[in-house]
Design a binder for this molecule. Structure first.
Ligand code: NAP
Length: 441
């Protein structure tokens, strides 16, 4: 009988958006959880910065002594939902070294210190789970590490940051500028007071590092991920995207590439990109997340849902907690870190994508051919050229805004082309350069 088994002692670090939901589920679903695990979960303590009797948890369970809590003899599993990297890293290491299994939702930490933490878990032969670190409630770590363990993953691409997706969706729907969409997102609580980690793509890059590591059995850190944020995306870019039958999304892309010499490499990158409206990621709007996984035998799989928020994130944490607790009761461990492939990281310069380039050009004959010549010199093949508008100066036409859509070209070739265009007399300004994903070659 479940109730007769030795209880599994739990320490929760953090009682914020996620921690308070984890504690609630542990308390409210105690009977069901005990039946699923084969033993009851018992909350031994909750680590916080501020101990007080108005926090919805018996005050005797609260403590500011994080290190003391995780080291307690009667704690079997530590749930870390406090962030940031420190003191979480130190507390998790203490817990692992003392033989506790650890569940964490801390993407910044996992993208930076997976190696160190995985080694400590390995040494102590305990579980280290982090489903909630990528895309909140959406199961994506477990499908990659377990369901697809016998397949070969070739690509993982997704929308993994709700704040930026909310901002870009608002710009798409209302024609708002970036600044005004960000202000609305902040007022509605979708963006933090300091939105840098989200809008500059750091959060998505941490998640891309975690996904690439797992998908390609290679240790990838956030520093290996090429990153561009959304702060330069304009209302005009959205107008152009619409004219091309696209929208703009901040994508995290992890790919296994084969170089000309037949060598395999890993690319992990985050940037805003044009996405055709008929692509499955185009319709993921608001604060939702989605991840598309492509594997050799399975084909294309899509995971969609709530990528953040207290309860959705707690759902992923609880899934990990039940797994780790079952392992404690029944014996056994979850999968260890798999890094046997040790693939090198491909630099962004060699990555082929399609590009959309918007330019202001002067109103004179031969302009288009001189622009086209700069693309041709670097073997960047043009798929389409469109006039997007007229540039005027006090009512007098002085030039035009044109958009060039390329076939696939490397980042290196495109960057050289842009530098040359900026020097060209016929070009007044390169207004925008965006990649296009999911539209063939
Ligand atoms: P939060 O609301 O800010 O809560 C943080 C909690 O941790 C608070 O209870 C705080 O204590 C406690 N804490 C912070 N620093 C501490 C320290 N030095 N010592 C003791 N306690 C400390 O954060 P959250 O939104 O729940 O997020 C928690 C973690 O989950 C983060 O790693 C985050 O990246 C990750 N995550 C969050 C979401 C989400 O949607 N919120 C989604 C995925 C992953 P006090 O209450 O006393 O201040």
């Amino acid at each position: 009988m479940a109730g007769e088994e030795k209880p599994v002692g739990i320490a929760v670090l953090g009682l914020g958006n996620v921690g308070s939901e984890v504690v609630r589920i542990i308390e409210e679903s105690a009977e069901d959880l005990a039946a699923r695990i084969g033993a009851p979960l018992v909350l031994r303590g909750v680590g916080v910065r501020r101990v007080a009797d108005d926090r919805g948890v018996p005050v005797e369970l609260l403590t500011e002594d994080i290190e003391g809590l995780v080291a307690r003899e009667d704690v079997d599993i530590v749930v870390e939902v406090m962030g940031p990297v420190e003191p979480a890293r130190k507390a998790i290491l203490t817990a692992l070294e003392r033989g506790k299994s650890v569940i964490t939702a801390n993407k910044a930490l996992m993208a930076q210190s997976t190696g160190e933490l995985a080694q400590a878990a390995e040494k102590a032969r305990v579980d280290l789970y982090f489903e909630a670190a990528v895309a909140g409630a959406i199961p994506v770590i477990r499908p990659l590490t377990q369901s697809l363990a016998g397949d070969t993953v070739v690509r993982v691409a997704g929308i993994v940051n709700g704040t930026t997706n909310y901002i870009l969706s608002a710009m798409n729907e209302t024609g708002a500028s970036y600044d005004s969409a960000l202000a609305d997102a902040s007022a509605l609580g979708y963006a933090e007071a300091d939105p840098t980690a989200d809008v500059e793509g750091y959060d998505a890059a941490a998640k891309a590092a975690i996904l690439a590591s797992i998908a390609f059995h290679t240790r990838v850190t956030a520093d290996d991920v090429y990153r561009e944020g959304i702060t330069k995306v304009t209302a005009e870019d959205f107008e152009s995207a619409k004219a091309l039958g696209c929208t703009i999304k901040l994508l995290a892309i992890c790919e296994r590439l084969t170089t000309g010499k037949g060598k395999q490499k890993v690319s992990a990158r985050v940037y805003p990109a044009l996405v055709p409206l008929d692509h499955p990621l185009a319709s993921v709007s608001g604060a939702f997340n989605a991840v598309v996984v492509e594997a050799e035998a399975a084909g294309r799989l899509m995971f969609y849902g709530q990528g953040a928020g207290g309860a959705p994130t707690a759902s992923a944490v609880m899934g990990d907690l039940v797994m780790a607790a079952r392992n404690r009761v029944q014996g056994g461990r979850g999968p260890r870190e798999s890094k046997y492939a040790k693939l090198p990281i491909a630099s962004i310069g060699v990555i082929p994508t399609r590009y959309y380039v918007s330019l202001y050009v002067k109103d004179r004959p031969g302009v288009l051919s001189s622009v086209a010549a700069e693309f041709a010199k670097r073997e960047v093949s043009i798929a389409e050229v469109r006039q997007e508008g007229i540039a005027d100066d006090g009512g007098q036409r002085v030039g035009a805004r044109i958009a060039v859509l390329t076939h696939q070209a490397t980042d290196e070739a495109l960057s050289e082309t842009i530098s040359a265009l900026e020097e060209l007399d016929a070009v007044s300004q390169v207004a925008s350069v965006l990649r296009m994903e999911g539209a063939g070659e």
